[in-house]
Design a protein around this ligand. Structure first.
Ligand code: FAD
Length: 315
């Protein structure tokens, strides 16, 4: 592992000031320490934010479910409050990783984890994100890469939780030394062909504080297909959120950012043919040669997720 200096933030103001001095925030450390061990991350200064109370709220406030950045996936999966107001978020958290990982991994770390592409994760392989002159995956193993929205890089956004927040119309609160701002969940993950290292809308020096989900969700679910049932990132995932007659549908693990399926949501809203809307959308996909089968998986996962939400409404 690459050596680094280590500090522990005692309060949010201390964390934002340290992070704006160039320190990298660490929550559970599952992703960050892995990157340091693999020597694909070159940070020399790490500050732990995991003990900050300001990042650990779980409450209902001003018409929103407030979910602190530091809540672990295990806490989200088991919380009655989360299950009541955004059941799909609890499902997505409970489906991710292993019990040991879920006990450490946080909401912020999950949303900001970097891609799982093998060519990105192994220092000896070529990756455009790490400054190589070509992408090893382009002519290599890219079966789990993007079905939608790829550019020079086709690695997918790996988070289970992000599509649920996007489908729910949630936002994320971030803080700097002198400001706080809200980023719509749909704009948090970034794909920028001219700057492949930039993967989120956080500005340098900003710390994620919490997610805010508007109340009024009447049904929500997350379903995914993965290679290993014991633990794995999704080959295809789907979040569906219903608010009365309004629907949100977002796919996970199939694009460089959580992928909104607006035409599928529109079909649900007008009581139209959802299967036909899905087929039309899947026809626009550009799957990797060995990953075409994931289109079928995604179709079935989406239908299963919609059925799960419709069942909640029927109760
Ligand atoms: C075996 C295994 C299986 C997995 N399977 C899945 C899966 O199926 N689905 C899935 O979604 N994920 C999966 N994961 C990924 C896992 O969920 C993430 O690695 C974890 O959530 C990261 O959270 P963390 O708190 O450890 O983040 P850290 O590693 O501490 O941080 C991750 C990134 O977020 C940044 N960060 C953390 N907190 C903040 C903050 N408050 N403000 C600003 N930046 C911050 C860090 O700087 C870092 O860049 C798996 C991981 C493993 C090891």
């Amino acid at each position: 592992m690459k050596p680094f200096d280590y500090a522990i933030a005692k309060h949010l103001a201390g964390a934002t000031s340290t992070v704006s001095d160039g320190w990298t925030p660490k929550a559970g450390g599952i992703d960050l320490l892995d990157r340091l061990k693999e020597r694909i991350d070159d940070t020399e200064k790490v500050v732990s934010v995991v003990g900050l109370k300001e990042l650990s709220r779980l409450t209902v406030e001003d018409g929103h479910l407030v979910v602190g950045a530091n809540l672990t996936l295990a806490q989200l999966a088991l919380s009655d409050l989360v299950r009541k107001h955004l059941h799909g978020l609890a499902e997505a958290a409970g489906d991710a990783a292993t019990p040991q990982v879920r006990a450490r991994a946080t909401l912020a770390g999950n949303l900001l984890q970097r891609p799982r592409c093998e060519y990105f994760r192994q220092a000896e392989l070529s990756c455009l994100k790490r400054g190589a002159d070509h992408c090893g995956a382009a002519a290599g193993d890219n079966e789990t890469h993007a079905l939608f929205g790829a550019g020079k890089c086709s690695a997918v956004h790996a988070s289970n939780l992000a599509p649920v927040l996007v489908a729910a119309g949630a936002s994320v609160v971030v803080a700097g030394t002198k400001h706080r701002r809200e980023i719509p969940a749909g704009k948090l993950a970034v794909y920028d062909d001219s700057n492949l290292g930039r993967e989120s809308a956080l500005r340098p020096g900003e710390v994620m504080v919490e997610a805010r989900v508007p109340l009024g969700v009447t049904g929500s679910a997350w379903r995914e297909a993965r290679r290993r049932q014991s633990f794995d990132w999704p080959l295809a995932g789907c979040a569906v959120v219903q608010r009365g007659s309004a629907w949100g549908v977002a796919f996970g693990g199939v694009a460089p950012v959580p992928w909104l399926a607006k035409s599928v949501a529109a079909a649900l809203e007008r009581g139209g043919d959802v299967g036909a809307a899905l087929d039309a959308m899947l026809a626009t996909a550009v799957p990797p040669k060995t990953g075409r089968y994931r289109l079928k998986l995604l179709r079935q996962v989406a239908l299963d997720t919609i059925a799960a939400v419709q069942k909640q409404g029927a109760k």
